[in-house]
Design a binder for this molecule. Structure first.
Ligand SMILES: [Zn+2]
Length: 299
């Protein structure tokens, strides 16, 4: 006997073995090749006004697009794919797509989510995922509670981006991690009056412990910043990678992240190179990065 899971026919004996021996290895993922291309944006601010939305400083500015840039990205992506970005928060559904799908996500919860981004997405009939760092809600350059509720009511997905946006979340203790995820989800649930079971990892500092703590807080879909299209599971949560979009990236390059495996491979290769540099150079890497940023974004 076999069971159809996505496009694969999985023998029942094998499936039962996995269910018995790997209780966290959920059967819907087994033997199936789903492909999710997740784009990671941050804020959209006019040139010279980068500090008007979200976190300030040259490091954050690197990920802020101008309204014209963002518009051109959406236009180009719309020409590339006829599919609307996914907004299902069900890990089962996300893991069982049998066609390449994509999502568009926005980290931090800056004010531009409502002032620049939502309208532009909705013109295409699209909806995004907005991840909020909840300690910053209501601060001058971040969304207010009312704005978060409005985004939710307009059909966008609201998720957690931790409470305090720790500089290096993977260095937090288990207790801190569970607290960051649990409190941020509760704050957002209270605002939107709906369960919040999705989150993204701040700063790209993903680790298995970060994911396990998210699971303990009830998170079922966790985005990190690893440039990959292959979802995987940690306990009962689906972990999804993302492709970073930064200031100055051309519309063609953004669209080719959705369309071209080669383009995605290039970003993955660069990411892995950086990972090695971080391990080898340690604190020196941080100092070099700060120096480069200071040169590109003089204050
Ligand atoms: Zn962030």
């Amino acid at each position: 006997m076999t069971t159809r899971i996505g496009r694969s026919l999985v023998p029942d004996s094998r499936r039962q073995w996995y269910n018995r021996n790997c209780p966290h290895f959920t059967p819907y993922s087994f033997g199936h090749r789903s492909m999710l291309i997740n784009l990671l944006y941050h804020d959209v601010t006019p040139a010279g006004h980068e500090d008007d939305s979200g976190f300030s400083g040259p490091g954050a500015a690197r990920y802020k697009l101008t309204p014209a840039e963002f518009q051109s990205h959406l236009e180009r992506i719309a020409k590339t794919t006829r599919r609307s970005p996914l907004t299902s928060t069900s890990p089962e559904e996300l893991a069982s797509t049998n066609q390449p799908q994509w999502t568009i996500t926005f980290d931090d919860g800056g004010l531009s989510a409502l002032t620049e981004i939502a309208d532009k997405l909705e013109r295409y009939g699209w909806r995004g995922w907005f991840f909020m760092a909840t300690d910053f809600i209501g601060q001058p350059t971040f969304c207010s509670r009312e704005q978060i509720l409005e985004l939710h009511q307009r059909g966008h997905v609201i998720g957690s981006h931790s409470c305090s946006h720790p500089e290096r979340i993977s260095s937090c203790s288990r207790e801190q991690l569970v607290d960051e995820w649990t409190r941020s989800c509760r704050v957002l649930e209270e605002i939107i009056q709906s369960p919040v079971t999705t989150a993204s990892v701040p700063g790209g500092f993903y680790s298995k412990d970060v994911a396990r703590a998210a699971v303990a807080a009830g998170i079922r879909v966790l985005f990190n910043s690893e440039p990959t299209t292959k979802p995987h599971h940690v306990e009962n949560a689906l972990i999804l990678g993302r492709y970073n979009v930064y200031c100055g990236m051309s519309a063609d390059n953004a669209a080719s992240l959705v369309k071209s495996p080669l383009r995605r491979w290039r970003q993955a290769a660069f990411w892995n190179m950086k990972k090695v540099a971080k391990v080898v150079a340690g604190p020196t890497y941080k100092a070099i990065r700060q120096r480069i940023l200071a040169r590109n974004f003089p204050e």
